[in-house]
Design a protein around this ligand. Structure first.
Ligand code: MN3
Length: 285
């Protein structure tokens, strides 16, 4: 899904299939030269045909939304990343700071849409949420329909362009609803996103015109609850997956280290006991 573009001072480009951000420093006699790499975003394929979501969402909307809008966010995000990398390479802090809005807007546009496509499914494949997620929805909102009503009301009320979200609050262990303006990702509110609905006019206007409430009410018929599970709380269907997997790995490593140190302590204790017993036996002889 990603490829890394490495920009070196010599203006040579090399592409690696890697998943990590890295920095290589080369020393010469007078200068420290940095080659900055960044993860170039790529437009993901839709997991269904453009027309698969009809009659809730027209194929024409899906095609333009994915091929034009999402693609533009990807292109502009990569251009911003490259410009940022160049500025960082030169220690040009003014430009680095000035690039933040472009990174947030276009990067947000990319991650939000990449998640949005996965949140939808063909009407024929629709199934209700179940298991741990349903239990959490019922615990935190009373019922699925109560959550949907609250979500619809807050999302329809977004002023201008933005997104409605169902997220998980790691601090409280509860689900929560929120909205964001423009392309601000859900994570900027402190919630881990589980479900996002795009209420930019480009997402519905061709079909629903000015009737945003009808669009949001109808979209519940094509929400893909199948990918939600207990894991949805910690593994949302977006690019956070890698970071969270890394967190899991770190936790696992920490647990192994504790176990190893306990085992080591036990061995030391056994050795010491043996030593004391032998010393004691030697003394009484
Ligand atoms: Mn959109």
């Amino acid at each position: 899904m990603f490829e890394i573009v490495t920009r070196a001072r010599a203006h040579t480009y090399t592409t690696y299939k890697m998943f990590a951000l890295s920095r290589i420093a080369k020393r010469s006699s007078h200068v420290v030269e940095h080659s900055r790499t960044f993860i170039a975003a790529t437009l993901p394929d839709l997991p269904y045909a453009f027309s698969a979501l009809e009659p809730v969402l027209d194929g024409a909307i899906m095609e333009i939304h994915h091929q034009k809008h999402h693609k533009a966010y990807v292109t502009n995000f990569n251009a911003a990343q490259e410009k940022y990398a160049e500025a960082e390479n030169k220690g040009d802090y003014q430009t680095m700071i000035a690039m933040q809005p472009a990174l947030k807007f276009n990067g947000g546009g990319h991650v939000n849409h990449a998640m949005f496509w996965k949140c939808l499914t063909a009407p024929k494949d629709y199934v209700l949420p179940e298991g741990e997620l349903l239990k959490m929805i019922e615990r935190d909102f009373g019922s699925l329909s109560a959550m949907q009503d609250k979500f619809t009301a807050s999302t329809v009320a977004v002023q201008g362009s933005g997104w409605g979200w169902l997220g998980f609050n790691k601090a409280t262990g509860k689900l929560a609803l929120t909205t964001t303006a423009n392309q601000d990702p859900c994570i900027t509110t402190g919630l881990t996103p589980l479900l996002g609905i795009d209420v930019w006019e480009h997402a519905y206007y061709l079909q629903y015109k000015n009737l945003r409430p009808d669009y949001v009410k109808n979209i519940w018929k094509i929400i893909n609850w199948k990918v939600r599970s207990i894991d949805a709380r910690v593994v949302p269907c977006n690019d956070d997956n890698m970071r969270l997997t890394f967190t899991h790995r770190k936790t696992l490593t920490a647990r192994i280290m504790i176990l190893q140190s306990r085992r080591k302590s036990a061995v030391i204790l056994r050795t010491r006991c043996k030593y004391y017993i032998l010393t004691f036996l030697a003394n009484i002889r």
